[in-house]
Each structure stands twice: as C-alpha cells, then as structure tokens.
Design a protein around this ligand. Structure first.
Ligand code: FUB
Length: 452
C-alpha cells in the first residue's frame, strides 16, 4: 500500500505553525501511513469527517523517554468519503503553547467540538509550572475553521488534572468535559467552553478494577453511550455503559472491541454517524508491530441492535467504503484469507510507510477483497504489480474461489517487481467481491492489482 503525498499549500498562522496539506490515497486500515497516529477523535463538521488524533513519534536520547509515548504536536485529517484523506498539517505544537512544557513530549489524546461559531480543540499535556499540577492538565485552542489555524489559550482549564479530554454537547446546548485520571471524571463547561461550570465528579458505576481511560460520550435515540478503554485482563479493550443523561447514573452495557490479540496495550475510540452509517475509530500498532507506543488509526463500521445495544466490532484490515476498480487494490488489506499458503509482510521493512505485500505459496491459497466498485464501465484489462521466483498464474474470481473467472494473469519467473497485464474474460459491473488465487504450482508476491 502506498500513499500519495501532494504538497498543496503552506500558510502561517498566528502561532506560526507550518500547515502542509497532503492527500493520502489509503482507503483501508490503517488509513494514515506516512506517520504514526493514535487516539482518534472523529467529528463531522460541514458534512466532512475530521479526525483529531495524537501524533506518536519515536523517542530518542534527547527527545522524550525511550520506551514510552513521545508526542510533540497534533495534525488534523479530513475526508468527504472516508477513503481519501487530507492531512491539514500541524495545528498545535508543544513549543508554541505558552503554558506547556516544551520538552514534555506528552501531547496525548485530544478532542475537538464546535460551539457558538468556533472550533474548540482540547488537549492534555504536562505544564511548565508544576506548582499546582502534578502530571497532566488540559488546555484549549480555538479556531474559526475545523482545520485551524488554532490559537491556544494562555493558561490551561483550571481545576482539571488528567488526560484524554472529551467534550459532549447535549441537545439543550449544555457542554460536558470528561477526562481520565485513574478514574473517569466529568464536569459541566461554562458557555465560553474554556472554564468549568461545576466541580469535577467521578463517573460512577463503572468497573472498579483495571485501568480506565479515554472517555468518549455520544447520544443516540435518547441513550447516552459512555465509552472507554478498560484493562479487564491484560491490555485495553473498548467497553461502554449507558444512561438517560450525560451525567449518569451509568450501567455497564458491554464490550465494543476485545483486547488486541497481538498485544498492543492501548486502544482508544470515538464514534460518529456519517451519511446514515455509524463508524468506530480506534488504533492499533500496524506500522510498528514490535513497539506498541507507535500506533496507527483505523476505522470500521459500527452497528446497533434494535434495543440500542452495540454489536461487538471485529477489527478489519479492509476498513470501510468502496475501492474504485481503477485504483491500487491492496490485496494485503484483505477481507478474508485462506488458513494456509497466504502471508502478509511489509514491502520494505526499512520504510514501513510503503505498506504491505501478499504472498501466495500454494494453489489452494486465496484472499478475498470485498467491495470493489466497477461502476458501469466496460473494463478490458487487469494488471498486477507482482514478482514470482518460480513463475505462477494468478486467477481472479468474483465472490469465491469457484466464482466466475474475471482473468488469469501470467507472472513470469523474476525477482523484480513488474506490472503484468492481462485481458478480462468478463467485465464486472457495479460492486463486487474479488477472490485471488494461484492456478497451479508456484508462488507469487503481489503488491496490488488494478483494472483498466
Ligand atoms: O496516547 C497516549 C495515551 O495512550 C492516551 O492518552 C491513552 O488514551 C492511550 O491511548
């Protein structure tokens, strides 16, 4: 999988941030490949999805603490279709906020909301002055547009000690700030969105054993869903509790996502409804499998049962949305894969942002890639960026391994990546699921396929 970087413009904001806009062509998980991202807070503003994540960077001897989280700034990303993402560049940075410790590298999970014509960006970090605050506190930066420029306030919010701010605005306009500090806390915000209107209280009736953090509250059909990562066993899983008010009392309601089978210790969630579909944003350490403090954000569809309970989400590589047939169809972000003879690995272990490759090694091996959009065009050829040390013939079928044959692609014996093309025996129409397999003996590695 490759991302297309396109520098479009630069601007200088009041606080002198460099804003670079880049377009990523990734439609699958993780959906940002050119940098580490975590703790995604997704919001719908002006019919576009904006994601405000943390920005993990590798620590060094002089930057942060080796073996721990290291975060110095925030980017914001947006998309009109959840497939094509724009990086609007840095919006807030630790060395540009007057009260922030410029060597803290602790710009953890943020949030952003719209109220009274302004966008309020909430971020936790370590202050310069630690007289009254031990650890983290929470600051606010304000903008006229969701992508900034954001102007940070000169001081953090008073009486808030903790991480992972989340702001919920109810139908009556009341705003609530939630955060984590061992327990999960809530306080009402004043109309100015920058000061507490009530004393902080602990959100009650949640599991008491095991770390809880990352609160995110949303409302649907009169039910207030309070979601949070919780270490029930070894690592964080996503849970939720429900109530009939934003302040509770909450009742534990279930697990949204199980803990990661590969051991990524943190997870962090947000939920939005966009174009009549609900989505869950979360993170995993896809681009850094051996170090789980360098994470990557993902999105999958979220479904509710008729009684309002949330269906558990199984994380996917395929992600959401349709993939256009004439773009790079990244088979390594498959929907399903055979038990044997199919493996995924990085294209370049020294530059993981180049993404992954699929290797098929036995004739029975296959991968299925769902929801490819062929529209109503007459397609003539399919091409595969592939290499085969033995020589091999790939087959592309619709729906399953025995489904209608779309094409056979001959991959000659070679050790260099080459784009091989072949005529189609049928031209698919509209949305189809593709299954790719090897016809006879031999093995092949595939970066992507694409139709013409
Ligand atoms: O990203 C740093 C911390 O890890 C966040 O604040 C937590 O929610 C966890 O994801």
């Amino acid at each position: 999988m490759k991302s297309l970087q396109l520098a479009i413009s630069r601007a200088t904001a009041f606080v002198a941030f460099t804003i670079t806009i880049a377009v990523s062509a990734s439609a699958q998980n993780p959906f940002i490949l050119d940098q580490f991202t975590a703790d995604p807070s997704a919001r719908v503003f002006n019919n576009r999805v904006y994601v405000y994540p943390s920005h993990d960077i590798p620590c060094t001897e002089s930057r942060g603490r080796i073996g721990w989280f290291c975060m110095e700034d925030y980017h914001v990303f947006s998309s009109a279709d959840l497939i094509h993402w724009t990086d609007h560049g840095v919006i807030v940075s630790q060395d540009k906020v007057p009260w922030v410790n410029p060597n803290g590298y602790s710009m953890w999970a943020p949030d952003c909301v719209f109220k009274n014509g302004k966008y309020y960006f909430y971020f936790p970090t370590r202050p310069k002055d630690t007289t009254n605050i031990k650890g983290f506190t929470i600051g606010v930066a304000i903008a006229d547009h969701p992508e900034g420029p954001f102007t940070p306030l000169p001081t953090p919010i008073e009486k808030v000690n903790g991480i992972d701010p989340n702001v919920f605005i109810d139908k009556d306009g009341s705003a609530y700030l939630y955060w984590a500090q061992g327990n999960l806390y809530v306080a009402k915000l004043k109309d100015n969105m920058t000061e507490l209107a009530t004393e902080p209280t602990i959100v009650q009736d949640l599991p008491t054993k095991g770390l809880k953090e990352g609160p995110y509250l949303f409302e649907r059909n009169g039910i207030y869903y309070f979601t949070y990562p919780h270490v029930q066993n070894k690592t964080e899983r996503l849970e939720y509790a429900t109530a009939s008010t934003p302040l509770g009392p909450f009742k534990f309601a279930g697990v949204i996502m199980d803990e990661s089978p590969t051991g990524c210790w943190t997870n962090h969630q947000s939920m939005i409804e966009f174009n009549h579909q609900w989505y869950l944003f979360y993170h995993h350490n896809d681009l850094s499998p051996t170090f789980d403090k360098n994470r990557s954000i993902r999105v999958d569809s979220l479904f509710f049962n008729p009684d309002g309970t949330i269906q558990k989400v199984t994380p996917t590589l395929r992600g959401v949305g349709l993939t256009d047939a004439d773009t790079h169809i990244q088979l390594d972000r498959y929907t399903k894969i055979s038990d044997a003879g199919a493996a995924i690995s990085f294209l370049d272990t020294l530059d993981k942002s180049k993404g992954w490759q699929l290797k098929l090694t036995t004739p029975q091996a296959w991968v299925q890639y769902n929801s490819v959009d062929f529209k109503t065009k007459q397609w003539k050829t399919v091409s595969a960026m592939a290499l085969s040390p033995t020589g091999a013939t790939l087959e592309i079928h619709l729906n399953d391994v025995n489904g209608p044959l779309v094409s056979q692609i001959n991959i000659p014996k070679s050790t260099t990546w080459t784009l091989y093309s072949s005529k189609l025996s049928l031209s698919p129409k509209n949305t189809n699921h593709l299954v790719i397999t090897i016809k006879n003996a031999g093995e092949a590695s595939i970066d992507y396929i694409t139709f013409n």
